[in-house]
Design a protein around this ligand. Structure first.
Ligand SMILES: Nc1ncnc2c1ncn2[C@@H]1O[C@H](COP(=O)(O)OP(=O)(O)O)[C@@H](O)[C@H]1O
Ligand SMILES: [Mg+2]
Length: 303
């Protein structure tokens, strides 16, 4: 039986008349890497802020790490969760050590526990600069990793990462995801939002959000399978001006660099269409990408 660490039922968040999160329900298992994917304004940050006790839900029930949210008692949860926010992470003008000191004081950690954990976390990310280095002088990738450590200093079972890799290099993103996977292997639960589809592939499960609602929630594999079956093709032109597929038979026609992803409508004689297209295109059947799923379920609509 899976151990549920986040349990959300019929949660809504309203700002005045505006509904930022509308009646969402989901759970997250202990040790899971759970991704939140959605366009800007979909309600990802708002959801995270509720789960971290920074914002009360307008309705619904929320339980995180056995704490049931009661209005006015959100504070209890702050001690149990780690949170790396979208913008504010570390104090730029303080050193790495001063930042950690500050977080340790905030959580009222004993000195010896604090120093031990700090060392462990520095080893975890392989930090080899001086702890007196000012945060603003760190490369952005390292800064991100230090911010992750700061969020882990009080040893929460679950950590919320809101677009943790925005604005860092692909190499640093890769490294950051290695760390996330290591945390999950150690039993931590990681709740992460991202804009990057390749990153989302690393999640055990993903919730796709659109306009405050969760439109799909599943593993990357199941999301692709359920959305597209095994009927997607990649086409690469063989000639300069290739003959296009007939619009009437096309469900998805999406450019990917020099190639296109194609899915026919249901009921189309696929073999016959492919025969026609093969004169001008190299065609292979492919597993759809998460990007395909995202475009289908999330984009093309408002918000
Ligand atoms: N404090 C607030 N007051 C009013 N509207 C807000 C507030 N916070 C967020 N919103 C609105 O709620 C919607 C969802 O925002 P957010 O959760 O930040 O989306 P995401 O993180 O998915 O980009 C947006 O339309 C945003 O403008
Ligand atoms: Mg956000």
């Amino acid at each position: 039986m899976k151990n549920i660490i986040v349990d959300v039922k019929n949660m809504s968040v309203r700002f005045g008349d505006f509904v930022a999160v509308r009646n969402v329900s989901f759970d997250v298992a202990s040790g899971e890497i759970f991704g939140f994917l959605g366009a800007n304004g979909a309600g990802k940050t708002t959801t995270i802020r509720v789960l971290c006790g920074l914002l009360p839900a307008s309705s619904g029930t929320v339980i995180v790490d056995n704490v049931r949210f009661v209005p006015g008692r959100e504070n209890q949860i702050k001690k149990k969760v780690g949170y790396m926010s979208q913008r504010f992470t570390l104090y730029d003008d303080l050193s790495v050590r001063e930042n950690f000191d500050f977080v340790a004081a905030l959580h009222q950690l004993d000195e010896d526990i604090y120093l031990l954990r700090r060392q462990k976390l520095m080893d975890f990310i392989g930090f080899d600069s001086d702890l007196r280095t000012l945060v603003k002088n760190l490369p952005s990738g390292i800064k991100q990793q230090v911010a992750l450590c700061a969020a882990l200093l009080h040893d929460p079972k679950i950590i919320f990462l809101d677009e943790p890799t925005a604005g860092v290099s692909p190499r640093a993103r890769y490294r950051f995801w290695q760390l996330i996977q290591e945390l999950a292997r150690d039993g931590k639960t990681v709740f992460v939002t991202t804009h990057y589809m390749d990153e989302a592939e690393n999640c055990h499960r993903i919730a796709l959000m659109r306009a405050g609602e969760i439109v799909a929630i599943d593993s990357p594999y199941e999301l692709k399978r359920k959305t597209f079956g095994d009927t997607m093709f990649r086409l690469r032109p063989k000639v300069l001006n290739p003959m296009w597929p007939i619009p009437d038979v096309v469900d998805v026609w999406q450019p990917y660099g020099m190639t296109y992803h194609l899915k026919f409508r249901d009921g189309v004689d696929v073999a016959r269409q492919l025969r026609r297209l093969r004169r001008d295109w190299d065609i292979v059947q492919i597993t759809p990408s998460l990007e395909d799923v995202f475009v289908r379920l999330v984009e093309g609509k408002n918000r």
